[in-house]
Write a protein that binds this ligand. Structure first.
Ligand SMILES: C[S@@+](CC[C@H](N)C(=O)[O-])C[C@H]1O[C@@H](n2cnc3c(N)ncnc32)[C@H](O)[C@@H]1O
Length: 395
């Protein structure tokens, strides 16, 4: 059993985990954490929606921090009393009423106990109850037997999960993949690499067996600067990108070449210019993942007339794209596209009309066990245009 500490928009992480491990295997226990009933190896670097992962070592009934702390000190004094070398320990409490000071106190008591056995422990200092992803990552917690992070997560029903981290998101690598690419374009919008990973997992589902001879091909028909293609290549897929704009096709080419140079890998990718409403793609296509045309960017909610115009335009382009795509892919092909949804001042959304009629075009929306379509919205508080994720199967 694993635990996942979820990202800023937990529903996206839950949906992603559901697609990879199956809906029944995922149990969201609080707004910040979900349990994963699986023995499969869990490589956090493949999951955009998960901040930290851990192996569950104990489940306690409703307990206060004092009881939890005693259990931890007892268990790890035993476990580490004859440990060779120095231990680095971080402790993170989630969804718990305790403050950082109490969490640190548990670590200090454990440190004192171990000292008696001649074992040296460095406690990662932290004023908050939980270590930030950056601190966990920089201290390499969870990546070797002497660098440990304890994850203590209180469930909404009161029970307490204790887990040892198996790693946290590599924020340095994400930042590099996002900000150091040679070709970026603020106007087409920049898809965060984490969201691209979530979308790929939502479309493809169970992760690739490493023994695959020919990697499946992921098509992004709105490839822009190539973030989806980049993440698909890093996850072991072949990538095929098309875009209406020659400039974007060129940008994707530069960015993917930069990626290949950096990783010293001969990545399998193809690019060409094409209008998603009419183009003929070269098969075979295993899955389709892309951030479609989102309309013009807005810094404040547009007038009703303007909004109506933009909604109609986007709805038309995306509907025509789906109609063009259907006969070119096999029945059962999985798709994840990000389409626009517009947020008004009160925080409610205008959705694309096609979402309600998608079955008419020969696509079946995926039904999640723990999240609904309305949860699959990605946005920051100051954004008017949100990305709504549609997970579809070609029927
Ligand atoms: C929101 S951007 C995608 C950005 C992309 N995810 C990236 O990593 O940069 C949408 C892209 O759709 C392209 N586009 C707009 N209309 C299109 C059409 N009819 N067919 C194909 N591409 C189109 C634009 O040129 C733009 O690059």
């Amino acid at each position: 059993m694993y635990i996942a500490i979820l990202g800023r928009q937990p529903a996206l992480g839950i949906a992603e985990l559901e697609r990879v491990f199956g809906g029944k295997a995922i149990n969201p226990i609080s707004p910040t954490a979900a349990l994963i009933d699986s023995d499969k190896d869990f490589d956090i670097q493949q999951f955009g929606g998960v901040l930290k992962a851990g192996k569950v070592i104990a489940e306690l009934p409703r307990s206060d921090w004092h009881q939890i702390s005693q259990k931890i000190v007892q268990f790890y004094t035993n476990e580490w009393s004859s440990f060779e070398g120095k231990i680095t320990l971080g402790i993170s409490a989630y969804n718990s009423p305790v403050g950082g000071r109490e969490v640190q106190k548990t670590g200090i008591i454990l440190k004192q106990k171990l000292k008696k056995y001649g074992v040296s422990l460095r406690l990662v200092p932290n004023p908050e109850p939980a270590l930030s992803t950056a601190t966990s990552h920089h201290n390499k917690l969870g990546l070797s037997p002497n660098k440990v992070e304890l994850i203590i997560a209180r469930a909404t029903d009161g029970k307490v999960i204790i887990a040892t981290s198996t790693g946290s998101q590599n924020i340095t690598a994400y930042a590099r993949r996002d900000q150091e690419r040679p070709k970026r374009d603020a106007f087409v919008g920049m898809l965060p690499p984490k969201l691209a990973q979530i979308m790929i997992n939502l479309a493809v589902g169970p992760l690739l067996p490493t023994t695959y001879q020919l990697p499946p091909t992921i098509l992004d028909p709105f490839c822009g600067t190539g973030v989806v293609l980049q993440e698909a290549l890093l996850m072991g897929y072949a990538a095929y990108g098309t875009d209406l704009s020659d400039k974007m096709v060129d940008y994707s080419g530069h960015n993917l070449q930069w990626l290949a140079n950096g990783f010293h890998k001969d990545f399998d990718f193809r690019l060409s210019q094409g209008d998603a409403m009419t183009t003929k793609w070269d098969g075979p296509i295993s899955a389709v993942v892309g951030e479609t045309y989102l309309g013009q960017p807005f810094s404040a909610p547009p007038s009703p007339t303007k909004l109506d115009e933009v909604v109609k335009n986007c709805d038309h382009i995306i509907t025509e794209f789906l109609k063009n795509l259907r006969p070119q892919i096999e029945s059962g092909t999985q798709i994840c596209i990000a389409v626009p949804a517009w947020r008004n001042k009160e925080g409610s959304f205008t959705h694309l009309p096609l979402i309600g009629t998608i079955a008419r075009y020969g696509y079946k929306p995926h039904e999640f066990t723990n999240v609904s379509q309305n949860d699959l919205l990605y946005y920051r508080e100051d954004q008017v245009v949100a990305r709504e994720l549609l997970v579809l199967t070609r029927d």
